[in-house]
Design a protein around this ligand. Sequence first.
Ligand SMILES: *[C@@H]1O[C@H](CO)[C@@H](O)[C@H](O)[C@H]1NC(C)=O
Ligand SMILES: *[C@@H]1O[C@H](CO)[C@@H](O)[C@H](O)[C@H]1NC(C)=O
Ligand SMILES: *[C@@H]1O[C@H](CO)[C@@H](O)[C@H](O)[C@H]1NC(C)=O
Ligand SMILES: *[C@@H]1O[C@H](CO)[C@@H](O)[C@H](O)[C@H]1NC(C)=O
Ligand SMILES: *[C@@H]1O[C@H](CO)[C@@H](O)[C@H](O)[C@H]1NC(C)=O
Ligand SMILES: *[C@@H]1O[C@H](CO)[C@@H](O)[C@H](O)[C@H]1NC(C)=O
Length: 764
Amino acid sequence: MEIFNAMLLLIAFIAVISTASADKQTYIVRMDKTKITNNYNSLANSKPWHQAVLDSLADDVSSQEGTPPELLYSYETAFFGFAVKLSRKQLESLKKMDGFMYAVPDKMLSLHTTRSPLFLGLQGKKGLWGSSNLKSDVIIGVVDSGIWPEHVSFQDRGLPPVPKRWRGACEKGTRFSPWNCNKKLIGARYFYGGYLATGGRINETEEYLSARDASGHGTHTASTAAGDFVEHANFFGLANGSAAGMRYTARIAAYKVCWPPGCTSVDILTAMVKAIEDGVDVLTLSLGSISEAEPYYQDYLAIASYYAFKSGIFVAFSAGNSGPEAYTAVNTAPWIMTVAASTMDRSFPAIVKLGNGQTFEGSSVHTGKALKSLSIVYGRTAGGSGAEYCFPNSLNPKLVKGKIVICEQGGFMKPVESGEQVKLAGGAGMLIMTPEGEDLATDAHILPAAMLRALASKAVLKYVNSTKAPKASMIFKGTTYGNRAPKVAAFSSRGPNLVGPDVTKPDVTAPGVNILAAWPAETSPSTLNSDKRRVLFNILSGTSMSCPHVSGIAALIKSKHKDWSPAAIKSALMTTAYTIDNRGKPLADLGLYGLASPFSIGSGHVDPIKASDPGLIYNITAEDYINYLCSLKYNVSQIALFEEGFLSCPMEAASMQPGDLNYPSFAVNFKRKAHNVTVTYKRTVTNVGIPRSTYKVSVEVPKGVSVTVRPKVLSFKKLNEEVSYKVSFTGLSRKKTAASSSFGSLVWVSGKHRVRSPIAVTWK
Ligand SMILES: *[C@@H]1O[C@H](CO)[C@@H](O)[C@H](O)[C@H]1NC(C)=O
Ligand SMILES: *[C@@H]1O[C@H](CO)[C@@H](O)[C@H](O)[C@H]1NC(C)=O
Ligand SMILES: *[C@@H]1O[C@H](CO)[C@@H](O)[C@H](O)[C@H]1NC(C)=O
Ligand SMILES: *[C@@H]1O[C@H](CO)[C@@H](O)[C@H](O)[C@H]1NC(C)=O
Ligand SMILES: *[C@@H]1O[C@H](CO)[C@@H](O)[C@H](O)[C@H]1NC(C)=O
Ligand SMILES: *[C@@H]1O[C@H](CO)[C@@H](O)[C@H](O)[C@H]1NC(C)=O
């Protein structure tokens, strides 16, 4: 296949979008170039060609339609097609045209909203951070809400010139000029055609029509992936220490696609295709759908990630923040690294003592004085309808003044917005109740506030409910270290994988709770307009924060192993991930009150040092992925969305099961009543460790199955040698009480190398 030398044209799109076109929708349309029979194909490039196709469509149906179709973006070589806004009738006419292949509707996605290098074992400019590994030039493309270019984390001291192969640009826009880029931030682009087509507007008093970041999210994620080393980074003195991205000498290219209401798949696709053309090595995306996952052929994030994979680019996405319920993970295509979120050993405790003597540890980044015993008000004792959630205008200042107000989480209120209401009503402090899970993520509240875990929240509500004059005091303890960690966050989205059940998701977990990273100079830490504080670093939580950790580590591995494929880097990160915490116990789950499983942490917590020397890797080629799509029974036109000109599935794919994909983990699915049913999967490992080595298998057998591995010993004589093995899983008779899943692992061991794959068995 040709290289993805995509020529991309952002159509000047300043036209006023009338709200009368509300029945129109944006689609990403694929055309088969060879089947367009008219004479447009004599035109030099695709844009006029696409425009001519749409003009003919307009002539055809414009009599019944108000406005002609609007061409938003034109795509040329990564794939042939365009993004267009049109009516239902216009779409029907387009479908009848020669060469029409597929139209996928655009959708609105959302952001999945420093101590971490130390916690990950990266410290002191040695080891992987040693100078020999830092000379190479890895470019990380951050597709997000833009960047604050002047931030100290993006200074370029000591960096060599921008790599010659870089083809990106530093685009001009509001308060952004080419001079805002340097040898650290080497590219900045912005995409808003899809957003405007939704009827969205850019209010220039709140947002910049440029790559400049107004929301803070993109600045935070970019600095986590590749921010420069900054001493004494802190948030009002909390979390004080060195801040550095995972790969702090890597270059950053920012692609702004997210605007206040979210990010459209059309803008994200366009940015990803452009980033591939610009020459990034790693793509990091902390965003995605919050609704149900779709087949990969309808998911342009998955399709564009496949193009990136084919160009040798490692792609990481956040798994989402919809946990702890099962089947909530998004961005689950097998060529994507899907990242869950877990805690570090650092916390910000706030001690809440109730009038009855009960004491709870919550969390807070408030740094002021303690609140001595004050009355608690909640719901009816705090105001009118909605007062339990501290909705706007629900709190009665007469009832609230000088008191501690309980706010439940609910509606569309963010905790910081509840805090703003309490402050407006004169409250002295706030207790935020958590409906489920034992997470202690903090927010930059504008008043003394503590977040309580679900069990503590229940106990506090019970006390308040049963007491005439409830009281509480609050003490803020600052920063503590050495807590049991990591634990997977309750909010972190979970598997099994709804779209491709034969591939376990998420893949790995990384720090995503209370992460300190860079923040725009003109955005308040709470993002509230009423908050006049300004900070250099801010503390956020989400799989949005864990994803760039993994992208940065991937860049680190890429700089050490320049010839490794994205699949090899992914395998290294997965097979060396750990599942035992800093107390020597299995990782805990803050959402489900038990142990973490492959459905919450995938293969485990990333370990950058071990991942740089994995011993063996499970490699996957583009052809393997196409065979996998064949095994999912996607049809030819669906697979052609990934691979232009695709004609038919190869013979060998006919006998392939989706579970045969050479993935570094195992998903085994049995029917509920399966008895003595066996599935056998094939795997091939490549030796990237010691030339002459022998690996022995060690299996932790999941309950309810038996596992057979053939052969049990793998011998290698040289580097890059490939050896295959087969593993059979037999579902024994299901006990009535057995859970619908069980877990184990398969480990190849040779000396210090342990190449581990989790096994997740599901009965359904
Ligand atoms: C833009 O935002 C400002 C500040 O929030 C607001 O006062 C103004 O009304 C907005 N303008 C438009 C056209 O929505
Ligand atoms: C952060 O720590 C450094 C060294 O330990 C100290 O000099 C500095 O004052 C601290 N900063 C804050 C804001 O606490
Ligand atoms: C509070 O008490 C009422 C009546 O006794 C009960 O219905 C309600 O469920 C209680 N709420 C909580 C949070 O305990
Ligand atoms: C993995 O496969 C790719 C081809 O898809 C190849 O270029 C690469 O050398 C292989 N091995 C590693 C370790 O990446
Ligand atoms: C593939 O499936 C889609 C949706 O069911 C259908 O519209 C299309 O015609 C099919 N293509 C082929 C080549 O069968
Ligand atoms: C399971 O099936 C295999 C062959 O399909 C048979 O040899 C074996 O006896 C069966 N075992 C049980 C416990 O039913």
